[in-house]
Design a protein around this ligand. Structure first.
Ligand code: ADP
Ligand code: MG
Length: 241
């Protein structure tokens, strides 16, 4: 379970998130929506301990991580997989080495075991025989898949996606959205999907939370969310931002 209690985050004088209270249950998929600059990525980065809140508590299961140091955070992070907005692959490494990177850094598995995990994870995201390719030989959608394979290398209990569909055409977007759902079903993970795309949010999520200018203005099951009357939500649903 992930729980944020009255979380505030400022960068210098700039208040980016205010009084965030949010609980994400095991096995659920939460879509985090909101306009550009509303604070979605900052919220995600707080949950994975890449940045610390100015005040408030962030619980990951029984760990209150808001003031954890890197060594403490490393132990929590093995339970988390992250798929970043711009795939964030190492361009000078093969696809196989990209997926193996964390395993080589953080385990003492032998090469045979690492190779078998890498090909299993690539298979799970629908890629075969790509281990020796370089990232720049791949399409945008394939890069996202490799990023996801890397994120699930440690069999995380939670996967965080930051704008998994950014820069993809509609058909590829749909395939990535389907992949997010297949991860939930096959790996039984908790998923947090940051997106500014309402269609993606409705398709993948159990609940939708909306951030507006640094505040969490709504969090509700998909059907209920779509019926909400708040003008800021209506505007978002009409695609105004
Ligand atoms: P979103 O992901 O919803 O587009 P972000 O969380 O990236 O929004 O950013 C929210 C606000 O916080 C923006 O105004 C952004 O400029 C600001 N911001 C994000 N990270 C930093 C930082 N490291 N330093 C200063 N301001 C930041
Ligand atoms: Mg963002």
């Amino acid at each position: 379970m992930i729980r944020l209690v009255d979380v505030n985050k400022s960068f210098g004088q700039k208040e980016v998130l205010r009084h965030i209270n949010l609980t994400i249950n095991d096995g659920e998929t939460l879509a985090l929506i909101g306009g550009s600059g509303s604070g979605k990525s900052t919220l995600l980065r707080l949950m994975i301990g890449l940045i610390q809140p100015t005040s408030g508590e962030i619980w990951i299961d029984d760990d209150e991580i808001s003031h954890y140091d890197e060594a403490q955070m490393d132990k929590v992070r093995v339970r988390m997989g992250m798929v970043f907005q711009y795939s964030a692959l190492f361009d000078s490494m093969t696809v196989g080495d990209n997926v193996a990177f964390g395993l080589r850094e953080h385990t003492d598995y032998d090469e045979e075991k690492i190779r078998s995990i890498v090909s299993e994870k690539l298979g799970l995201v629908g890629l075969t025989d790509v281990e020796d390719m370089m990232p720049n030989e791949l399409s945008g959608g394939m890069k996202k898949r490799v990023g996801l394979a890397r994120a699930i290398a440690f069999e995380p209990s939670t996967i965080f996606y930051d704008e998994p569909d950014s820069g993809l055409d509609p058909v590829t977007t749909e395939k990535i959205d389907e992949l997010i759902i297949s991860m939930q079903k096959r790996l039984n993970v908790t998923s947090i999907v940051v997106t500014h795309d309402m269609e993606t949010a409705c398709f993948v999520a159990d609940r939708i939370a909306m951030v507006y200018e640094g505040e969490l203005i709504a969090c509700a099951p998909v059907d209920e969310f779509r019926r909400m009357k708040d003008e800021r939500i209506r505007a978002f649903l009409r695609g105004l931002y």
